[in-house]
Design a protein around this ligand. Structure first.
Ligand SMILES: [Zn+2]
Length: 150
C-alpha cells in the first residue's frame, strides 16, 4: 500500500477528472460516485464525492473502527493513537462498501434528474446496480464507455 500511495501521490488529476468538476459546477446538486480509491476526483476539485471502495490515503483502526481521512506513514504499519495498527481504508475483495456510502449513492441515484455512467465495466456491485436504480425511478441514464457493458 505504501508503494501505491507513493505512486498515486505523484499523479495529477487528468482531463476527465477536471471535466467532471466543470460539469458539476453547472448543477446545484451533483454527486460524483466512484469506485476509484486514488482520491483524484477530490484533488481535482469535485465537492460531493462518494467513494464506494474507500480511499487509499485513509486508514481504519482495527480496534476502534475509527476512520481517518488521511494517514501518515511514519511507520509500517501505521498506528492509530490508541496503539493499534491501521488498515487501509479501502474495500478489499470479499468485503462490502460502507453502508452509509451505499445508502447515499442509492438515494442520489434514485432521485437524480440525470445519471451519467462513465468508463466502468458495470460488473461490480454495488456500482453496477446504481444506474439500474436510476432507470427504475424514471431517471435518464447516459452511458459513456469504450466497450459495451452487460
Ligand atoms: Zn484506535
Amino acid at each position: 500500500m505504501k508503494w501505491r500511495r507513493a505512486l498515486v501521490s505523484r499523479c495529477e488529476p487528468n482531463a476527465a477528472h477536471l471535466m467532471l468538476v466543470e460539469i458539476g459546477s453547472y448543477f446545484d446538486y451533483f454527486w460524483l460516485i466512484t469506485q476509484n480509491v486514488d482520491g483524484l476526483h477530490t484533488r481535482a476539485g469535485s465537492k460531493q464525492v462518494l467513494e464506494l471502495h474507500g480511499n487509499m490515503r485513509g486508514g481504519r483502526c482495527l480496534r476502534d473502527g475509527v476512520d481517518l481521512p488521511q494517514t501518515p506513514l511514519a511507520s509500517l504499519p501505521p498506528y492509530h493513537s490508541c496503539g493499534t495498527a491501521l488498515r487501509p481504508h479501502v474495500v478489499q475483495f470479499g468485503e462490502t462498501s460502507e453502508s452509509a456510502t451505499i445508502t447515499a449513492a442509492i438515494t442520489a441515484s434514485a432521485h437524480a434528474d440525470l445519471f451519467i455512467v462513465i468508463a466502468t465495466s458495470a460488473v461490480v456491485s454495488p456500482a453496477r446496480d446504481l444506474p439500474l436504480i436510476a432507470l427504475k425511478n424514471g431517471v435518464t441514464v447516459i452511458e459513456i464507455n469504450r466497450d459495451p457493458t452487460p
